[in-house]
Design a protein around this ligand. Structure first.
Ligand code: ARG
Length: 565
C-alpha cells in the first residue's frame, strides 16, 4: 500500500508508468534510511544527468503532506508521517477482502498430491508432498481459483504380483491386521531376499500380476485387501495432518483408459518398437525415449500418467494441473509432458511439476527395499510426546494439554517442512523444530497465544470490551517497533501473491516468522496493556490485527493455532 502511494506520486514527476515505478521501488536496508526508496540509475540515460542529480531534483520537487522526500546519493528516500500512514494501514487491514486475491477467478486447478504407494510405508517424500500440496491448495483457494486435489495412489504395477506371491507363501492375517504396512513391508522385503535363491518366486509374482490384470477373482480380492488396510493407515495420518481429498483415484483407475492413449500415440505415428517394447522417442527433446508398453505387453507408470493427464483435463476440466512430487521424478514428468506436446495438446504447458528436495529425519534416509524406514506415524507420535513434555514444563495447569500437544507437535513438523525453500534438501531435527525459540512453528504459535491472552485481559480494561477498528491516531506517537510491524502487515498481499506465483509456501512461512518476531519486539519494548485509553486501544488493535494475520497464515499452511499453550 505504501509503495503504491509513492509510485502514484512519482508518476507525476517521472516519465514511466506507475506500475513500472512500483516494481523499481525498494525497501531500504536500514529503517533509518526511510520507508520506501526510489533508485534513479535507470533514468540517468534518458535524462542525461547523473543519478544523484536526478534524485536531488526529484526530492526537491515533491511536496506532499504526510510524506518527506530526501535525496541520499542516487536514491530518493521517502519517510511517511507515521500516524497518518498508520490510519491508512488500519483501514486497509480492516477491509473484509484483505488477504484475499482474485487472480484465479474462473480458473480451475487440479493438484496431484501425497500419492503414496499401497502396501508400502508412507514415506517422508509423501509427507512433503502432502504438506506442500495442502498448503498450495489453500493458497490457490484464497486467490480465487477453484481447486480440487487428487490422491494419485500407487496402487498398480508388478509389485502387487510380488506382494500377493509373498502373501500366499508367508502371509499372516493376524499380523497384517495389527500392523498392515509394517507387515506388508516385511513380506515385500522377504520376497526380495528370497527371490535371489528361488527363481520360482519371480515367476509366481509375474503370474499373479497377470491374473490381477485379467480380473481374476482371488487376485482382485487380495489386491483390494491390501488397498483397504493401507488406506486405513494413511487416513489416520491425513486426519492428524488435517488433510482431505476431493478425489482418491489411484493408478488402477486409469488402466482401462491406457488403451485409448496407445491408440492416440499410434495414430499420431509417435509410437515405435524398440527391444520388443513400445516407446515414444524424445531424441529431439534431448531426453531418453518414453516407455509406453513393456516387453511383456503391460502398461507402465508414464502410460498411466498420460491417461491421467487427459482425464484431469477433459473430464475434470482442469485449466492447470500441478504435480507435487519429489525432484527425483523430474525426468519422468518432462517426458510425460513432452509426449503430450508431441500429441499437439497445447494444455501441456499448463501441466506443472512442482518438485521438492529430499528430507532426512535426523540424518536417516528412507529406503524401502532394505527395510530401514522411518515410519511417519512414529515421527508424529514422538513430536507430540516431546511437545507434551515442553508444555507441561511451561504451563503445568493448561487444561487441554493433550490437545495442544498434538497441535504443537504436528504443527512443528508441518512448519519445519514448509519454512524451507521446497527444493532445498532438509535434514529435519525434531528438537530444533519443536523449540519455542527460533524460526519454528511453536514460536509463531506462541506469539499467537500471547496475543489472545492480551486480548482476553483487554476485555476487562477496555470500556467497550475490545479494540475498535477505527482509532484516531493524531495524538499518538508511533514507536519504531510498532511502525515496522505495521508496515510489514500492510505488505501481506505482495507476499501472498509471490508465494502463489512461485508455488512456494516458504514465502508465507518466512513472512509469518517475521510477523511474530516484529510483534514480540513490540511486546518486549512496550507495555501493551498500559497507557491512556486511546493509546491502549491503539496497541491492542495492532495486537488484534497481528493475531488475525498469524491465524490466517498458519491456517493456510496447515498449522493449528491454540488459544493458550
Ligand atoms: N506414487 C508415486 C511415488 O510414490 C507418486 C505419484 C505422483 N503422481 C503422479 N501423477 N505420478 O513415487
Amino acid at each position: 500500500m505504501l509503495t503504491k502511494k509513492i509510485a502514484g506520486i512519482l508518476d507525476l514527476h517521472v516519465d514511466m508508468t506507475a506500475q513500472e515505478i512500483e516494481s523499481m521501488l525498494e525497501q531500504p536496508p536500514q529503517p533509518e534510511m526511510g520507508d520506501v526508496a526510489f533508485p534513479c540509475f535507470l533514468l540517468a540515460k534518458s535524462l542525461k544527468k547523473s543519478p544523484a542529480i536526478i534524485a536531488a531534483e526529484l526530492a526537491a520537487s515533491i511536496q506532499e503532506s504526510g510524506i518527506t522526500a530526501v535525496a541520499t546519493g542516487p536514491y530518493v528516500n521517502f519517510f511517511f508521517q507515521r500516524s497518518t500512514a498508520a490510519e491508512a494501514i488500519f483501514a486497509q487491514l480492516s477491509q473484509p477482502g484483505f488477504g484475499k486475491l482474485s487472480i484465479g477467478e474462473g480458473k480451475k486447478v487440479v493438484i496431484d498430491m501425497s500419492s503414496p504407494n499401497i502396501a508400502k510405508p508412507f514415506g517422508v517424500g509423501h509427507l512433503r508432498s502432502t504438506v506442500i500440496g495442502a498448503a498450495l491448495y489453500r493458497m490457490y483457494e484464497i486467490a480465487g481459483y477453484s481447486v480440487e486435489n487428487v490422491n494419485h495412489l500407487g496402487d498398480w504395477g508388478t509389485q502387487f504380483g510380488k506382494q500377493i506371491a509373498a502373501y500366499k507363501r508367508w502371509g499372516d492375517d493376524a499380523k497384517l491386521a495389527k500392523e498392515p504396512i509394517k507387515e506388508s513391508l516385511n513380506l515385500y522385503v522377504k520376497f526380495h531376499d528370497e527371490e535371489e535363491d528361488d527363481q520360482t518366486l519371480s515367476q509366481e509374482a509375474r503370474e499373479w500380476f497377470r491374473k490381477l490384470e485379467q480380473g481374476d477373482e482371488e487376485a482382485t480380492r487380495l489386491w483390494n485387501y491390501f488397498v483397504k488396510i493401507s488406506m486405513q493407515e494413511f487416513d489416520r495420518m491425513y486426519k492428524r495432518l488435517g488433510v482431505d481429498f476431493d478425489h482418491v483415484l489411484g493408478e488402477s483407475f486409469y488402466i482401462d483408459k491406457t488403451a485409448g492413449i496407445v491408440t492416440k500415440l499410434q495414430e499420431s505415428g509417435l509410437l515405435i518398437e524398440s527391444d520388443e517394447a513400445l516407446v515414444v522417442p524424445l531424441e529431439e527433446e534431448g531426453m531418453p525415449p518414453c516407455l509406453i508398453i513393456k516387453q511383456d505387453g503391460t502398461t507402465i507408470y508414464p502410460t498411466r500418467d498420460l491417461a491421467t493427464a487427459f482425464y484431469r483435463r477433459e473430464v475434470m476440466g482442469a485449466d492447470e494441473i500441478l504435480y507435487v512430487v519429489g525432484a527425483e521424478q523430474k525426468l519422468h514428468f518432462q517426458q510425460v509432458f513432452a509426449v503430450l506436446r508431441k500429441l499437439g495438446e497445447s494444455w501441456a504447458e499448463d501441466c506443472i511439476h512442482v518438485p521438492f528436495g529430499l528430507m532426512k529425519f535426523e540424518g536417516r534416509k528412507m529406503s524401502t527395499r532394505r527395510g530401514k524406514v522411518v515410519f511417519l506415524e512414529e515421527v508424529l507420535d514422538e513430536a507430540v510426546q516431546r511437545a507434551h513434555k515442553i508444555i507441561n514444563l511451561k504451563n503445568p495447569n493448561l487444561p487441554n494439554a493433550e490437545e495442544v500437544a498434538e497441535q504443537v507437535g504436528i504443527g512443528a513438523i508441518v512448519f519445519g517442512d514448509l519454512k524451507n525453500h521446497r527444493l532445498n534438501e532438509v535434514d529435519f531435527s525434531l528438537e530444533e523444530a519443536l523449540s519455542f525459540e527460533g524460526e519454528t512453528g511453536p514460536y509463531v504459535q506462541y506469539a499467537y497465544a500471547r496475543i489472545q491472552s492480551l486480548l482476553t485481559k483487554a476485555q476487562e480494561i477496555l470500556p467497550q470490551g475490545n479494540a475498535r477498528s477505527y482509532i484516531a491516531l493524531d495524538k499518538i506517537s508511533i514507536s519504531d517497533a510498532a511502525w515496522h510491524l505495521l508496515k510489514h502487515l500492510s505488505r501481506y498481499p505482495e507476499y501472498l501473491e509471490k508465494a502463489i506465483r512461485l508455488k512456494e509456501p516458504s514465502v508465507l512461512a518466512r513472512y509469518v516468522i517475521d510477523t511474530a518476531q516484529l510483534f514480540n519486539r513490540l511486546y518486549h519494548q512496550e507495555r501493551i496493556l498500559d497507557g491512556e485509553p486511546q493509546e491502549l486501544e491503539y496497541k491492542l488493535y495492532i495486537a488484534q490485527v497481528t493475531g488475525e494475520r498469524i491465524h490466517q497464515i498458519l491456517t493456510l499452511l496447515g498449522v493449528k493455532t491454540p488459544e493458550r499453550m
